[in-house]
Design a protein around this ligand. Structure first.
Ligand code: NAP
Length: 248
């Protein structure tokens, strides 16, 4: 079954990790995917892999820490998608960890811009179009540490907690117009972005019932599910893909 034929999807942070897996899976299911990120080479290689597999994709470069660049991304994505984006995945995120007292003001601004402001501007730009058509799906990528306190994760966790609340607020705002807004909340997941954590990722994952880090594809599968018709009565949910960490 091909749920996504004729549909278009914008995936932020699709040049790496969870976002690239999500873009690849949505394209394999038939969507025309707009791949976004800053890195031209990784963006083009993601698009080339999707096209080689018979899918449809285009790359739009954008720096989500810059509001004008976010607005340009939304406009260019709409242009490439023939005026309609059916699926938005707010996946791009940055995760600097560290003690609160050592956190630089520039880190606070960067995390707020990429993890909160950019999704906000993209939803503001794209959800009204979905609502006017009576159909659309948005998935925000948060984190398990949006749900409980962990030392060193105050800045990152609080930014994703904001995104988690936005998920519910947008479900309330756009749900009545047929736009479903949900979130996935990953636990420790092996990606390019977490490679630098080395054994720290395994140690974090050892605290979960699963006992090991997840794969980007695990999270991507959950995202694709939430954007699909199989999730048609799911609004405002936060689906943990965390090896069970917030359950125990
Ligand atoms: P990743 O491998 O580091 O990929 C991050 C993506 O975000 C890249 O495609 C990057 O693209 C993009 N990005 C970062 N800053 C950007 C900016 N200023 N402008 C535009 N794009 C930007 O990360 P990941 O592990 O797949 O994580 C993806 C999401 O899952 C993030 O929101 C993260 O917080 C969340 N998450 C991950 C884990 C985990 O263990 N991996 C756990 C919980 C939550 P460019 O480099 O091309 O700009």
């Amino acid at each position: 079954m091909n749920d996504y034929a004729g549909k278009t999807a914008l995936v932020t942070g699709a040049t790496s990790g969870i976002g690239r897996e999500t873009a690849t899976k949505l394209a394999a299911a038939g969507a025309h995917v707009i791949v976004s990120g800053r890195d031209l080479q990784r963006g083009e290689s993601t698009v080339a892999a999707i096209r080689d597999a018979g899918g449809r994709a285009d790359f739009v470069a954008g720096d989500l820490s810059d509001a004008d660049s976010v607005r340009h991304l939304a406009a260019r994505a709409l242009e490439l998608a023939g005026g309609r984006i059916d699926v938005l995945v707010n996946n791009a995120g940055i995760f600097p960890f560290g003690p609160t007292a050592e956190t630089q003001e520039s880190d606070i601004d960067a995390v707020a811009a990429v993890n909160i402001k950019a999704p906000f501007l993209l939803v503001a730009a794209l959800a009204p179009g979905m609502a006017s058509r009576g159909n659309g799906a948005i998935v925000n990528v948060t984190t398990m540490v949006a749900s409980f306190g962990m030392s060193g994760m105050a800045l990152y966790g609080s930014s994703k907690a904001a995104l988690q609340l936005l998920t519910k607020a947008w479900a309330a705002e756009f749900g009545p117009s047929g736009v479903r807004v949900n979130a996935v909340s990953p636990g420790p997941t092996r990606t390019e972005g977490t490679a630098a954590m080395g054994e720290g990722l395994d140690q974090l994952a050892a605290t979960t019932p699963a006992g090991r880090p997840g794969q980007a594809a695990d999270v991507a599968d959950a995202i694709v599910f939430l954007t699909s018709d199989a999730a048609q009565n799911i609004h405002g949910a936060v689906l943990p893909v965390d090896g069970g960490r917030i359950a125990v």
